[in-house]
Design a protein around this ligand. Structure first.
Ligand SMILES: Nc1ncnc2c1ncn2[C@@H]1O[C@H](COP(=O)(O)OP(=O)(O)O)[C@@H](O)[C@H]1O
Ligand SMILES: [Mg+2]
Length: 233
């Protein structure tokens, strides 16, 4: 397995406000797979994603990416891990407002010696005609496409998406999901997609279902429904 999460526990707070958010999560994802982490609000999806991405630390357990243990890494080692391996996409884009589309993406291009080709990426994501606009001049879908380009320019091996369509209407959500599909095929990027939407799970290879900080079930889809055919997005 490319991503191996073993018995991960994570809690927040002290004393009376102590909450156990991840209660011994074990799960794995193969290289090149698209995987959905599904579950209701508060089930621990974002926490798990943030722990895998090295944005948050665990109380105990193990997280291996490509065989490398990331639990217990020092600050600078974690920084290198995030820079070299991980791309993040969030629900609310998090673009830099006073930089253009192209500049927002460029900021991350310098993080690697072997970035993807900027113009190819702008074309793949349908951003070429918008490259000189600022985020405030873009629709939500265009902003999210920019955020995806920014995450992808350094060609991350693992793309972590937290509710990537959570702020978008149904048609725009579909466009974004079609893009993620295309990117997975083109660059073999392993993807973890957190969502509470009940349809997205049908378009991916693997599903991890969380409830109250525990893995309720995990399975591999026999039949994959392309994003363009998903219902109830
Ligand atoms: N930084 C934090 N401090 C305290 N509690 C938190 C923090 N982050 C998340 N939680 C709590 O952990 C639980 C799971 O949160 P989260 O992982 O964001 O769930 P999900 O993404 O599935 O909605 C929630 O009860 C939330 O309130
Ligand atoms: Mg969340």
């Amino acid at each position: 397995m490319y991503v191996e999460v073993s018995n991960v526990k994570k809690s927040y707070g002290e004393g009376g406000s102590h909450v156990q958010v991840l209660k011994g999560v074990t799960a794995g994802v193969e290289r090149g797979e698209m995987c959905v982490i599904q579950g209701t609000s508060g089930s621990g999806k974002s926490t798990l994603l943030n722990c895998i991405g090295g944005l948050d630390d665990v109380d105990s357990g193990s997280i291996k990416i490509g065989g490398e243990e990331i639990v217990g890494l020092k600050k600078d080692e974690l920084y290198d891990y995030r820079r070299d391996t991980i791309g993040f996409i969030f629900q609310f884009y998090n673009l830099i407002p006073n930089l253009t589309v192209r500049e927002n993406i460029e900021v991350c291009r310098y993080l690697t010696d072997s970035p993807l080709d900027m113009d190819e990426l702008l074309n793949v994501l349908g951003l070429k005609e918008h490259e000189n606009k600022f985020p405030s001049q873009l629709s939500g879908g265009q902003q999210q496409r920019t955020a995806i380009a920014r995450a992808l320019i350094k060609n991350p091996k693992l793309l972590l998406c937290d509710e990537p369509t959570g702020a978008l209407d149904s048609n725009t959500s579909r466009d974004i999901l079609i893009l993620l599909e295309k990117i997975n095929r083109k660059y073999q990027t392993t993807m973890l997609i957190v969502t509470h939407n009940n349809s997205i799970k049908d378009m991916v290879h693997r599903v991890i279902y969380l409830k109250d900080g525990e893995v309720m079930k995990t399975y591999v889809n026999d039949v994959i429904v392309p994003a363009r055919e998903l219902e109830d997005l």
